[in-house]
Design a protein around this ligand. Structure first.
Ligand code: HEC
Length: 390
């Protein structure tokens, strides 16, 4: 199992031995011995740099030397495995090789090559190790854009997301919503997910205005499959299609359920833009099985955002704004617009735990449509256990 493999891989406490330190120092020092900027150095290919600098631990084939050879317990990654290699953006690997494993919450047995290799050489050697596991079928990690609060991403995830919504009180009554989303990839370009929403709402015990009580209820659970149909890193575009089935598990009386099965097909698109800006879009339909309980609805969601690192390879801040448009396909119904300004931030060093908070604000038809504060905590479980990499 991937989960187990990756988690075990990341959980181990490094066992330091003199031997390791010697290897690390030797390999880190060797290239530094070359005078910087000589023609020989400039002409080294990524493969040559790998053989001279990384091979002692990562092995000539990039699959990692055996533990007895390296003298430490941490398992080494297999660079030839596209399931591992495709997920990591090139720039992140350059950062790890520049700043060393601990800079991203990885083992200290992965040394820093700052000063030993130039940026150009780091770029070449990472280009080489990336080529070992390159398989065009796997969408690359560069497309793993920050997850917006409402819009679905085009990239495929191995994630658990806990989200909470605090609604502005309506008619003097407050309500909170919660949601757990579990996502898991399968095959080269597919993912399935399960969504479990629940809510707490206040209601009058008798006539209003009067005493109120709080009740907890389940919302409409959902299951979905997604497939990335197309991606092109040169153009910076990725397109996925998904089919979701919403189940009538929610409590209709408390506004948490629609009371019917709903089929929701949608397309999700991601576009990388210059200067770390990005665009995401999702367009779809909600098609209820019983139109007496819910109407057909079409929606379009657009997201513009940017990822910012104040310190290179440090914490990533991603301010985004979502524009949501939805229309019930019933004559006389208007298109409802909402905007959701928000900011996502990486919480730990490994960046596989992220937090996002924003406000959903109705733009038109505001009567009866309230503000809501939405937040989530995301855990990319493929990258390690929750408490790894802090
Ligand atoms: C002294 C041993 C050693 C040397 C030399 C070494 N590495 Fe590593 N490297 C490791 C270890 C150990 C890990 C696993 C770290 C972990 O997962 O906690 C690792 C992991 C990595 C990773 C994977 C990070 C991830 O996303 O999981 C990359 C990329 C990497 N090394 C690149 C390089 C490059 C490039 C070189 C040569 C310039 C190099 N390494 C040289 C020990 C080494």
């Amino acid at each position: 199992m991937l989960v187990a493999r990756r988690t075990v891989f990341r959980c181990r406490r490094p066992v330091r031995t003199v031997f390791v330190t010697v290897i690390a120092l030797a390999v880190a020092a060797a290239p530094a011995a070359l005078p910087a900027g000589t023609p020989e150095e400039a002409s080294r290919t990524g493969h040559q740099i790998f053989l001279q600098t990384c091979v002692a631990c990562h092995g000539a084939d990039g699959k990692g030397q055996s533990r007895s050879r390296v003298g430490f317990e941490d398992p080494l990654p297999d660079f030839t495995d596209p399931d591992f290699s495709s997920r990591e953006p090139h720039a992140d690997w350059v950062g790890i090789a520049l700043n060393g494993g601990p800079s991203k919450g990885f083992s200290e047995n992965m040394p820093s090559f700052r000063g030993a290799l130039t940026m150009e050489e780091l770029d070449l050697v990472v280009g080489y190790i990336k080529s070992l596991g390159h398989d065009p079928a796997w969408p690359p990690g560069e497309f793993n854009l920050p997850r917006p609060l409402v819009t679905s991403k085009a990239y495929l995830e191995d994630e658990i997301v806990f989200s909470a919504t605090v609604n502005e009180a309506a008619y003097g009554l407050s309500s909170f919503g919660g949601k757990i989303v579990y996502e898991q990839r399968f095959g080269t370009r597919n993912m399935w997910e399960v969504v479990l929403p629940f809510g707490w709402s206040e209601r009058y015990t008798g006539f209003e205005p009067g005493p109120t009580e709080w009740g907890a209820n389940l919302g409409d659970a959902a299951v979905a499959v997604k497939r990335a149909f197309y991606h092109n890193l040169k153009k910076g575009s990725i397109l996925s299609g998904a089919a979701e089935l919403i189940l009538p598990t929610g409590d209709r009386a408390s506004g948490l359920g629609k009371g019917t099965f709903i089929f929701e097909p949608f397309l999700a698109y991601g576009q990388l833009l210059p200067a770390d800006f990005f665009l995401q879009a999702q367009a779809g339909m909600e098609i209820p099985f019983q139109t007496s309980k819910a109407s057909n609805e079409a929606f379009l969601r657009l997201v513009l955002g940017r990822s910012i690192n104040f310190k290179p390879w440090g914490r990533t801040w991603s301010p985004m704004v979502e524009l949501l448009a939805a229309k019930e396909l019933v004559s006389g119904e208007k298109v409802l617009f909402d905007v959701v300004p928000q900011i996502q931030v990486t919480v730990n060093k490994r960046q596989h735990i992220r937090f996002n908070i924003g406000v959903r604000m109705p733009v038109n038809e505001t009567s009866g449509r309230n503000f809501a504060v939405i937040a989530y905590l995301l855990w990319d479980w493929f990258d390690g256990a929750f408490f790894d990499g802090w």
